[in-house]
Design a protein around this ligand. Structure first.
Ligand code: ZN
Length: 256
């Protein structure tokens, strides 16, 4: 049996896979962040991990243990870092962790790495970690390492967007703990969704600037930035049914 999770392999199994197959290795990068009164703090870990597993099944790839912490939650994209249970890293820490992990994979012979983001705030720090790891590897004389960075939600196409938001999408930033994440969680992990606590409030209305320390006034007190009331498991199934094959074919091209 071909295992998908690196954590379930022995070192010899992992080594043989790397030598024989030059496999793609996926690293889900999440966050431990409030997701309203209805979703668990691990939502941004569960979703990229699930997408990574499905993509890996199709590609014969390997999935690493997810990084469970991300960059600090921001008011306009995650409600802000002040909510209890939101456990975040400084940017320099996140960059250092990801850089080390990519360098470790390269040291063991992996040449195709995917950083699968599950938390919007991570994105530029993932870019920086990849850039620094590639620089490290060039200094080691390794020039054939390829690293792909992607946010799974960016693969949602217009057709799926119309299924999710028949009345039109407000903005992806305000989708925090809203229709998309709630729908995919209802599909994947209904046991973790507090269905009777799904709120239905109007979208948050933020100023065009950012002010520090955060002004809490425009942040919805329950941490949900737009209404998840129209979320369904069927919408969640549709999202994965479209996004997973599209990521599979994109990675096929990226590593061709
Ligand atoms: Zn999220």
């Amino acid at each position: 049996m071909k295992r998908i999770k690196l954590a379930d392999m022995t070192w010899m199994e992992f080594d043989a896979r790397v030598r024989d197959e030059n496999p793609i290795v996926l690293l889900p990068v999440g966050s431990t962040e409030q997701h309203g009164p209805h979703l668990p703090l691990s939502t941004d870990v569960i979703l990229p991990e699930a997408v990574s597993m499905l993509v890996a099944e199709a590609l014969g790839a390997i999935v690493m243990p997810a990084v469970p912490f991300g960059y600090k939650s921001q008011p306009k994209t995650g409600g802000g870092n002040h909510f209890p249970g939101t456990i975040s890293l400084d940017a320099s820490t996140l960059i250092a962790v990801l850089r080390d992990v990519v360098n470790e994979l390269a040291r063991h012979g992996v040449r195709k790495v995917v950083l699968m983001d599950g938390h919007m705030e991570n994105q530029w720090f993932i870019t920086e970690a990849i850039d620094l790891a590639l620089r490290d590897q060039r200094r080691e004389g390794i020039t054939d390492l390829r690293v792909v960075k992607l946010g799974y939600w960016e693969f949602i196409n217009a057709e799926t967007e119309a299924v999710l938001f028949p009345d039109g999408l407000l903005s992806w930033a305000l989708e925090h703990a809203a229709v998309m994440e709630t729908s995919v969680m209802l599909h994947l992990r209904p046991d973790l969704v507090r269905a009777d606590a799904i709120p239905n409030n109007p979208p948050a209305d933020f100023p065009l600037y950012d002010i520090f320390p955060f002004d809490l006034a425009p942040i919805p007190p329950d941490g949900v930035l737009s209404s998840p009331a129209s979320a369904t498991a069927e919408k969640g199934r549709h999202v994965l049914g479209q996004v997973v094959p599209d990521i599979v074919s994109a990675l096929g091209k990226a590593f061709a």
